[in-house]
Design a protein around this ligand. Structure first.
Ligand code: 8YV
Length: 328
């Protein structure tokens, strides 16, 4: 067992209790200001860190990994997605990468459902109308949206979060369709009464709501390009709580403006915190600032996972949450 405490650098402010525990267990260096670190600051800390704890807002690319000192052996990311880390470069340098899967599944699925309800039922627009002072009262034809019950939901990526979305959606009377690299276990499929589509293109043209729940990988980057988005029905809605890079945001904005797609609910964007300006002015869009996993409970559990991953690794064992590229 390693007697020395690892030097652990946190790139962002984490919950107080997570940071306190890290200070007890490790030689933890905090970022109390929470300001994202510059490239130079990142290069300086990887020269000293035994363990780096980054978040989705950090770019851990091959150049940064090349600048790291030999002592850097673990990147224990605070989050599930690992598309901000060059996994191949880390592997080549013998650096283990871990993430925090499982603990943000239910929270992210909740936000996907919230968007699924908010856009067709015009919830955000309704909130603005109610506060505007211009609401003239109930009317038989006022603020009509579209019914959720009885519609078809097409889930892209039936992993943990996709399955949690499916379970919730069934409660709202949606039937479940999904596209995945391979079908899920027959028992899970039967429980959800889910229909598997090997062809994403075929599924897109048949469902009423599309939910993006796959990770961002080289295989899914730009998956919903203009041609695929055009396959969606003009009455269909798109919800993305995964990663912006999976969808061509500019094409989506155009198709929403011309009503080739009825509406969209987005929590993630390709170039956060920048959002394609054309999306900002569209009434048929609900935009959230990447809050899928933003619950106090979830953040604490993410912190616990990071701590366990670091301690397990430092004790000489393989952490349970190590990221293996082939799994993505
Ligand atoms: C996290 C996320 O909050 O975990 C993910 O993949 O997208 C977020 O919801 C973020 O990654 C924290 O680093």
């Amino acid at each position: 067992m390693n007697q020395k405490k690892p030097v652990v650098f946190l790139t962002r402010k984490l919950p107080d209790s997570t940071e306190t525990r890290m200070r007890e267990l490790f030689d933890a260096r905090l970022n109390e200001s929470d300001a994202p670190l510059s490239g130079d600051e990142m290069r300086a800390i990887v020269k000293e860190a035994d363990v780096l704890v980054p978040t989705v807002t950090d770019r851990i690319d091959a150049d940064l990994i090349a600048a790291a000192g030999d002592q850097l052996k673990l990147i224990a990311s605070f989050g599930t997605g690992v598309d901000h880390i060059d996994l191949a470069a880390a592997r080549a340098r013998g650096i283990t990468v871990t993430n925090t899967p499982g603990v943000l599944t239910e929270d992210t699925a909740d936000v996907a459902l919230a968007l699924m309800l908010a856009v067709p039922r015009r919830i955000a627009e309704g909130d603005k109308r109610a506060r505007s002072g211009n609401w003239t009262g109930w009317s038989p034809t006022g603020m009509l949206g579209h019914r959720i019950n009885g519609k078809r939901l097409g889930i892209i990526g039936m992993g943990r979060i996709g399955s949690a979305v499916a379970r919730r959606a069934r409660g709202f009377g949606l039937s479940i369709h999904y596209h995945n690299r391979k079908p899920v276990h027959p028992e899970a499929e039967a429980e959800l009464e889910a229909t598997y589509w090997e062809s994403l293109d075929q599924m897109l043209s048949r469902v009423d709501i599309v939910s993006v729940n796959c990770p961002h990988t080289p295989a899914t980057s730009g998956l919903l390009n203009r041609e695929r988005l055009e396959l969606m029905q003009p009455s269909a809605y798109l919800v993305n709580t995964s990663r912006g890079e999976v969808v061509d945001e500019a094409a989506l904005a155009e198709l929403l403006a011309s009503r080739h797609i009825a509406g969209a609910g987005l929590d993630v964007y390709a170039d956060e915190p920048n959002i394609t300006p054309a999306l900002m002015t569209l009434p048929n869009v609900v935009l959230l600032p990447h809050i899928g996993s933003a619950t106090i409970e979830g953040r604490l559990e993410m912190g616990d996972k990071v701590i366990i991953n670091i301690q397990t690794f430092w004790d000489g064992h393989a952490p349970r949450d190590r990221v293996i590229e082939a799994m993505l």
